[in-house]
Design a protein around this ligand. Structure first.
Ligand code: PEP
Ligand code: MN
Length: 347
């Protein structure tokens, strides 16, 4: 059950609701926005009695019963999509969003050139890891704060919003000084200390699905971030591990419509990690548009053959510009269907 208080409810009014909820055996988890407080009711209790008692209070705007274990991120909680404003652009709204850039920030020249070219081709956000989760400890680990500074410079030159990975809870404050969107990598999807810290980071979070995680686990991880105070979570399907070896991961394309049924959070697809192979990126990108993803996050490098990480799955700048052109008619259809969806929800 989730209780939305009326705008500007007083502390006493909120406490009264919490006391009733606890009286019926539940735990309270509240999110305090600037104008509105939303109270999540979790645990086991007398649901009907609690519902009726709370619903009748004058300070309560509405109460929704939510059967899923994830409350705040479920579709039952909110019918319309969550729209997330990021540095002059919006994810989850009426525009299909493309995030592009190299796997890792490697040098000033590399990131500046990438930023200029992806902006020119129509990307709205620049990706690039300064902290890299590598399978081998001997591989390039990222430029760390130096890389963050270069990302900032690229933003100043192009106006692109910055998406970059944060690997540990102790780095959240530092990364948030540079990033517009905090990326949680697949390997960290269940790093609960990190998820809790991101609840308080004041920046939208791009949460990637774990290599062997179910959709329910992904949503529970998103719930961690929201329950700890940050409603701006963007989900990302990036391929999962299966018995198949022809691709680096298996792209679970059905995860996109499944997530669109289960949650109001925006959903992106990462065709680069999902396939591991640049020749497959265009086809999977078209599929993402067709199945209703809110956007793509694509690896692009000025010289993929010399990339320090993930070169084989990175497009060069010309290939990326071509892909953006080829996606246009698909995105036009996407927009039509998005307008219809929004109208249907508004009734
Ligand atoms: C990345 O985006 O470069 C990355 C490491 O992705 P993932 O966490 O999905 O493997
Ligand atoms: Mn990568």
């Amino acid at each position: 059950m989730v209780i939305s208080m009326k705008l500007h409810s007083t502390r006493e009014e909120i406490d009264e609701v919490c006391a009733i909820v606890k009286h019926y055996g539940y735990k309270v988890h509240s999110i305090e926005g600037e104008e509105r407080v939303v109270i999540g009711v979790v645990g086991v209790g007398d649901v009907t009695a609690c519902f009726e008692s709370v619903e009748s209070l004058p300070q309560v705007d509405n109460v929704v019963r939510i059967s899923a274990p994830y409350k705040f991120v479920s579709r039952e909680f909110r019918k319309g999509k969550t729209r997330i404003k990021v540095h002059g652009t919006e994810i989850g709204g009426d525009e299909f969003t493309v995030i592009a850039g190299p796997c890792s920030v490697e040098s000033e020249e590399q990131i500046m050139r990438s930023a200029e070219m992806v902006a020119k081709a129509g990307a709205k956000l620049l990706r690039g890891g300064a902290y890299k989760p590598r399978t081998s400890p001997y591989d390039f680990q990222g430029m760390e704060e130096e890389g963050l500074k270069l990302l900032k410079k690229a933003q100043q030159a192009t106006g692109l919003a910055i998406v970059t990975e944060v690997m540990g809870d102790r780095d959240v404050e530092l990364v948030a000084q540079y990033a517009d969107v905090m990326q949680v990598g697949a390997r960290n999807m269940q790093n609960f200390m990190l998820l809790k810290a991101l609840g308080k980071c004041g920046r939208p979070v791009l949460l990637k699905r774990g290599l062997s995680s179910t959709i329910k686990e992904l949503l529970m991880s998103a719930e961690y971030i929201v329950a700890h105070g940050n409603p701006d979570v963007i989900l990302c399907e990036r391929g999962i591990r299966t018995f198949e070896t022809a691709t680096r991961n298996t792209c679970d394309i059905s995860a996109i419509p499944v997530l669109n049924e289960l949650t109001h959070l925006p959903v992106l697809l990462d065709p680069s990690h999902a396939t591991g192979k640049r020749s497959l990126v265009p086809a999977i990108s078209r599929a993402a548009v067709a199945v209703g993803a809110d956007g793509l996050i694509i690896e692009v490098h000025p010289a993929p053959e010399r990339a320090l990480s993930d070169g084989a799955q990175s497009l060069d700048l010309t290939q990326f510009a071509k892909l953006m052109g080829d996606l246009k008619p698909y995105i036009a259809l996407w927009k039509e269907s998005r307008v219809n969806q929004v109208a249907a929800i508004a009734g």
